[in-house]
Design a protein around this ligand. Structure first.
Ligand SMILES: C[S@@+](CC[C@H](N)C(=O)[O-])C[C@H]1O[C@@H](n2cnc3c(N)ncnc32)[C@H](O)[C@@H]1O
Length: 449
């Protein structure tokens, strides 16, 4: 069954579940929506959340045009949300919607009002609805971008850049390609021979890395290469952070925020399983995902530690300081709206500040557990300078910055100057997540925080 047929056939069973989850999400009963594992619920839920503010805006304007205020609403908001999405994004007819929604056993007056609402949606006109709104408000509503995100980025990007990067992040087929990394040169040759017809592109910057048109993803995943763990699918920015760290055999490497272990696995692979890896994470459920991932390589040269990276219980593990540390820090995820649309609506100053505080503490700890001359690779999947450049600017007395290759974009200028050892990935330039990366070399052991 093809994907759209599958969606169609799942739809009538999926509606009640979908509406229930949407309502819980709207009532803030759940932060991160979970769904039964069917394609239909997942697809609609993610899309409705992706466009939440835009849907809410259309919904409010339409109810207002019907002179219905919040207190008079007799139809649940979840159904109205679904209706707006179905009308504007799916172009569904009233008959279709009506049939889908009947399992909800609406009362007669509710059906009447719902029909009126649905028909009114065709009167919605952007030019009237947006009258009097500022440029930022318009961009936020029409492109479903959080206003906080726009305001935070205005000092470092213009509105067009903000819009085009967000737009590219928003399309699920964002990269038009997906990126895989083969485990060895031999496998690369095998892969090329077998899949030459798929028009893949070899990455020019990172060895054994290939970009494949998204439409071939199912075929690639079904192949024996995937079944036999011959490659991993990963954003190029993430592959780059480990590649630039250049893990070598016998090095002691700490992955300080490791779960679910995508980069831990790459550290093991690039060092040919000969680096001694310590992988720490605060979240036990996520930490438990690392072992099965490492078993796929397979690798045994690693220790998993469940603990706080700010006070990692690692003193007892053979020796004191590490040669290299990967700090892929917890962050706002403002560079990952394509795969995590729910994060859009969590962007605010409190959330940013919590992350910045945690990142600062983790950087401080990384300094203590790193050897003098050792390398710290710091990264976040965020667009905000607060989670990138501003941290690095503050620690230049403790670290030297290592030059990054020119295929990584320069980072934002802070006080009119660029940091050479820090760079950025942008969806519009690199077809990746929004990502910050800095490679730093520890100066000495003498600094006391
Ligand atoms: C960006 S994710 C890491 C992704 C991982 N490097 C990978 O490539 O699969 C950040 C991780 O930091 C963890 N984390 C958050 N606070 C932490 C802390 N205080 N100490 C250690 N880990 C923490 C989260 O549980 C999350 O798994």
């Amino acid at each position: 069954m093809n994907a759209s047929k599958k969606l169609e056939s799942e739809s009538s069973q999926g509606i009640p579940i979908l509406l229930e989850i949407i309502q819980k999400y709207l009532d803030h009963q759940i932060l991160l929506p979970t769904y039964k594992n069917d394609t239909y619920t997942k697809h609609y839920l993610m899309e409705i959340i992706r466009y939440k503010n835009k849907i809410q805006f259309i919904l409010n304007k339409t109810l207002r045009s019907m002179k219905i205020d919040k207190t008079q609403r007799i139809i649940h908001e979840n159904l109205l949300f679904y209706a707006v999405y179905a009308f504007f994004w799916e172009k569904k007819s009233w008959d279709k919607i009506k049939n889908e929604s009947f399992p909800l056993s609406l009362k007669k007056d509710q059906i009447h009002l719902f029909k009126q609402f649905y028909e009114r949606l065709s009167n919605f006109k952007w030019e009237y609805a947006l009258k009097g709104k500022t440029k930022i408000e318009k961009l936020s509503i029409q492109d479903a971008i959080p206003t906080f995100f726009i305001q935070k980025l205005l000092p470092v990007m213009n509105l067009n850049e903000i819009q085009s990067n967000s737009e590219k992040m928003d399309v699920q087929a964002r990269i038009g390609n997906f990126t895989i990394r083969l485990q060895s040169e031999d496998e690369l040759i095998d892969f090329e021979n077998k899949f030459r017809h798929l028009n893949f592109i070899k990455d020019e910057d990172i060895p054994k890395t290939i970009h494949i048109p998204l439409k071939h993803k199912a075929k690639i995943i079904a192949s024996k290469f995937y079944q036999e763990n011959k490659f991993i699918i990963q954003d190029k920015s993430s592959i780059a952070s480990v590649y630039l760290m250049n893990p070598q055999e016998n090095e002691k490497i700490c992955d300080l925020c490791a779960a679910p272990g995508m980069k831990t696995r790459l550290i093991a692979q690039i060092s040919k399983n000969r680096a001694n890896i310590v992988a720490v994470d605060f979240n036990l459920t996520r930490l438990k995902q690392i072992r099965p991932m490492m078993q796929k390589i397979p690798s045994e040269n690693y220790h998993l530690i469940h603990g706080d990276g700010i006070h990692p219980p690692i003193r007892e593990i053979d020796g004191v300081q590490f040669d290299k540390i990967l700090l892929d820090a917890p962050c706002t995820g403002s560079g990952t709206f394509s795969t995590h649309p729910e994060l859009k609506w969590r962007q605010n100053l409190k959330f940013l500040n919590q992350n910045v505080f945690l990142q600062e503490k983790l950087i401080e700890r990384a300094y203590y557990i790193l050897k003098p001359g050792g390398i710290l690779l710091y990264s976040t999947c965020s667009f905000y300078p607060e989670e990138g450049e501003l941290h690095i600017n503050k620690i230049l007395d403790k670290f030297e910055i290592e030059k990054l290759p020119s295929w990584i974009s320069p980072c934002y200028k802070i006080n009119n100057s660029s940091l050479l050892g820090a760079g950025r990935f942008f969806p519009t330039i690199h077809n990746t997540n929004g990502f910050f990366i800095a490679k730093l070399k520890k100066k000495s052991n003498n600094y006391i925080y």
